[in-house]
Design a binder for this molecule. Structure first.
Ligand code: 13P
Ligand code: SF4
Length: 303
């Protein structure tokens, strides 16, 4: 523990010297969340990045999240403490594949989940996160939508709107591990608990849930007075924050299998190393950045 303490102190000292801010996603390791200046979901993290005055952002999350910060704040140094922390779903569609699909669906507006590369965002009309996907789709005047890359989030949105929606067959390898029988089993064990699931889950899992929420939505739901037990259908890292903020309440993972290995690549040691070396940096070419920013800005404007 002494070792961890001094590691934390060294990070905090360097952070001050470099005028850096540490942003962490709700799925990060507990010790990483605890050292961060801000912990949140993808929407909250991009809003935070858009308004920070720090010179350096240490992004504790996956590549697309750091890239979104670089898209919004070109003058800022954006560090991702492990360059291999990617999101497999984001890599399930390329800009070339999206251009091809757009040719096949010339009448559709393209809504792009933030879990995507900057190049894919640059080919899209508007971005969205799990927290605002329904609102974003509803804000579009066009009735025909091409939703990329998450077929399950897209499917969930289609149940909440009358728009004609086309999906890309992407998915989150972590959330698909949560099976309907997992929800049924824990519901049987904890009949009083509210079951909340992330919209990246399979439709059969979503059908069994009481609420479908972004990770930030789950954090807010847990604070409600009428909630004392919660079945949590998302990545396990969020349990740390839920328990820390709500002592006395019970949080039950829907599945012990729901671990995102990429989110766990960020450690305190790597954060320190990253601040010392000012690497690995996440950069976006100016041509792509401007196009991708237009799509992210359109999303941020409708909240
Ligand atoms: P949230 O925006 O809900 O935090 O989700 C991000 C993510 O990667 C889910 O797998
Ligand atoms: Fe990507 Fe899934 Fe990991 Fe989220 S949990 S970062 S969608 S792989």
């Amino acid at each position: 523990m002494l070792h961890d303490l001094s590691l934390t102190e060294r990070i905090l000292k360097l952070k001050k010297e470099k005028n850096a801010v540490i942003l962490a996603h709700n799925y990060q390791l507990g010790e990483v969340q605890d050292i961060a200046d801000f912990v949140g979901d993808s929407l909250e993290l991009s809003q935070n990045a858009a308004k920070t005055t720090a010179e350096v952002v240490v992004f504790c999350g996956v590549h697309f999240m750091a890239e979104t910060a670089a898209i919004l704040c070109p003058e800022m140094t954006v560090l991702l403490p492990d360059a291999h922390a990617g999101c497999p779903m984001a890599n399930m569609i390329t800009a070339e594949q999206l251009r091809q699909r757009k040719k096949e669906l010339p009448g559709a507006s393209v809504v792009c989940y933030i879990n995507s590369t900057a190049k894919v965002k640059a080919e899209s009309d508007i971005g969205c996160t799990s927290a605002n996907a329904v609102k974003v789709v509803e804000s579009i005047t066009n009735d025909e939508i091409l939703f990329v890359p998450d077929q399950y989030l897209g499917h969930y949105v289609s149940t909440q709107t009358d728009k004609k929606m086309h999906f890309w067959p992407g998915y989150c390898p972590t959330h698909v591990r949560i099976q309907p029988q997992d929800i049924t089993r824990v519901k049987r064990e904890y009949p009083q608990a509210i079951a909340v699931v992330h919209p990246e889950c399979r439709p059969e899992v979503i059908a069994l849930a009481d609420e479908v929420l972004s990770t930030g939505g789950m954090i807010r739901c847990a604070r409600r007075e009428d909630v004392s037990e919660m079945i949590v259908g998302t990545e396990l890292g969020i349990i740390h924050r839920l328990r820390k903020e709500n002592p006395g309440k019970r949080f039950i993972p829907a599945s012990e299998q729901a671990i995102c290995p990429n989110m766990k690549l960020i450690t305190l040691e790597k954060i320190l190393w990253s601040l010392e070396k000012m690497a690995p940096r996440v950069k976006v070419t100016e041509e792509i950045r401007l196009k991708a920013k237009a799509s992210v800005d359109r999303m941020l404007a409708i909240i």
